[in-house]
Design a protein around this ligand. Structure first.
Ligand SMILES: [Fe+2]
Length: 184
């Protein structure tokens, strides 16, 4: 029997607009949805976790099961910020300001995207005259902070970031468990 006129690709019009009717897999975590993350100036200041003098991060996701994290880094100073090696891939979306690595010719500027491959070691610099740099970072693996010769000094990963955020949110009255909503 030929398909009815109301069918497309084997689905009736009613079915085309129907949500998936099955069950999701057991163990599926909740979606993570945070409104207005690009409202950089309207944010509750307590959400910004101090990372270093004049440097803060706002966590969006702590991927503890896969060893990655997503955060917004806000920098209100210029000069060398850090020298580090990555054990995983980094995706960066620069929202404000500009920055570069001493090891490369390219610059990251507001509105741009950049990717840093695992294994790379580089020295992050914000140039003089840039008051504020804001970057969304999607970071897999760890930062290994190193001296100019590659000697490791300390590491940072999803778990150190999570602990920093817990300590800060406890201190500012949001409670250490405020971070739990960001863990996947
Ligand atoms: Fe980097």
């Amino acid at each position: 029997m030929p398909p009815a006129a109301t069918e497309t690709n084997g689905q009736s019009k009613d079915e085309k607009n129907m949500p998936y009717q099955g069950a999701q897999p057991y163990g599926m975590p909740d979606d993570l949805v945070i409104p207005n993350v690009m409202d950089l100036d309207g944010t509750d200041e307590r959400l910004w976790v101090p990372q270093a003098p004049d440097v803060w991060f706002r966590p969006l996701l702590f991927g503890t099961s896969q060893g990655y994290f997503v955060n917004i880094l806000k920098v209100k100073k210029s000069g060398v910020l850090s020298r580090h090696k990555h054990t995983g891939t980094v995706h960066a979306f620069t929202l404000r300001g500009k920055w570069h690595y001493l090891e490369h010719d390219w610059w990251a500027t507001a509105g741009g995207y950049s990717m840093e491959p695992p294994g790379e070691t580089h020295t992050l610099v914000v140039p003089e005259g840039v008051d504020q740099t804001v970057i969304v970072f999607v970071v897999s693996g760890a930062y290994v902070y190193v001296d100019p010769h590659g000697k490791a000094e300390r590491i940072e990963d999803v778990f150190t970031k999570l602990q920093m955020a817990r300590d800060h949110y406890e201190k500012v009255g949001l409670g250490a468990d405020y971070v739990n909503q960001f863990i996947r």
